[in-house]
Ligand binder design. Structure first.
Ligand code: ADP
Ligand code: MG
Length: 254
């Protein structure tokens, strides 16, 4: 069975998509079979993997509309061991269209059922809002990994995320907070170090040892449509995400 993980945080710009993309690629580079699911109407993950939105015929939107058809028709191969269910711009209108459906939070879970044995990891990249796409990701996941941008007030977002997880447990009882990843760390600043210390003091082992540094290379890679492993393989960002993949595998027991 695949390990299903949602990179979730109810804030934009904290590194959800960057982490889903680069962690997914690093896991695939280690030989794991990885499926990335782009649930954000902004389609940053899809475009960051070099997929032209004009070529997307079937996206996660059609998957949610037709969960009984599974995911195969919308899944694309990006690289060896790496598949993507892309987002598309019409996803923005899908929320309304799906909102009247019975079991609307469980559509993704249903669609993925038959694919569970085809992957080692399924990573969900939801949007920041707690709408239907995020709910579908949380209902289909076994755990949430929260990227935490090391800024002032960053810690305030975590109780809110924990409350959301608690709510979603009503429809997905095993869901848990599986980890916190400190992102955009600037070790030269006191603030960044202070926030990191605070989150470690408060959340202990839930916080990954690996810290993702703030580096412009990580921000530049998506425009080239490749991961940091291809864009700048020897950069600190590439090393950090490779380490994160190793640590994730240790934690998830594969
Ligand atoms: P989210 O998905 O949470 O909205 P993103 O992963 O899209 O966040 O990141 C927001 C912006 O910050 C993007 O432009 C991205 O390229 C950039 N970014 C993400 N992580 C880093 C990092 N470690 N260092 C520098 N820039 C980053
Ligand atoms: Mg994003």
């Amino acid at each position: 069975m695949a390990r299903t993980i949602a990179l979730a945080m109810q804030k934009g710009g904290v590194g959800k998509t960057t982490t889903a993309l680069n962690l997914g690629v690093m896991l695939a580079n280690r030989g794991r079979r990885v499926l990335l699911v782009d649930l954000d109407p902004q389609a940053n993950l899809t475009q960051g993997l070099g997929v032209d939105l004009n070529t997307v015929t079937y996206s996660v939107y059609e998957v949610l509309l037709n969960p009984e058809h599974g995911i195969g028709f919308a899944t694309r191969s990006i690289a060896d061991h790496l598949d993507l269910i892309p987002a598309s711009l019409d996803l923005a209108g899908a929320e309304l269209e799906l909102s009247g459906r019975v079991g609307r939070e469980l559509l993704l879970r249903k669609a993925l059922r038959a694919a569970q044995n085809e992957y080692d990891y399924i990573l969900f990249d939801p949007p920041p809002s707690l709408g239907l796409f995020t709910l579908n990701a949380l209902a289909a996941a076994e755990s949430v990994i929260a990227p935490l941008q090391l800024h002032a007030y960053a810690l305030r977002a975590l109780p809110q995320l924990e409350a959301t997880i608690e709510l979603v447990r009503e429809i997905n009882p095993p869901l848990r907070l599986g980890g916190i990843i400190c992102t955009m760390a600037d070790r030269r600043t006191n603030l960044s170090q202070q926030v990191e210390q605070q989150v470690r003091a408060q959340y202990g082992d839930l916080v990954f040892t690996t810290v993702i540094p703030f580096t412009i290379r990580l921000a530049e890679a998506p425009a080239a449509g490749v991961s940091i492993a291809t864009f700048a393989p020897n950069s600190t960002g590439a090393k950090a995400y490779a380490e994160l993949a190793t640590e994730l595998e240790e934690r998830y027991g594969r």
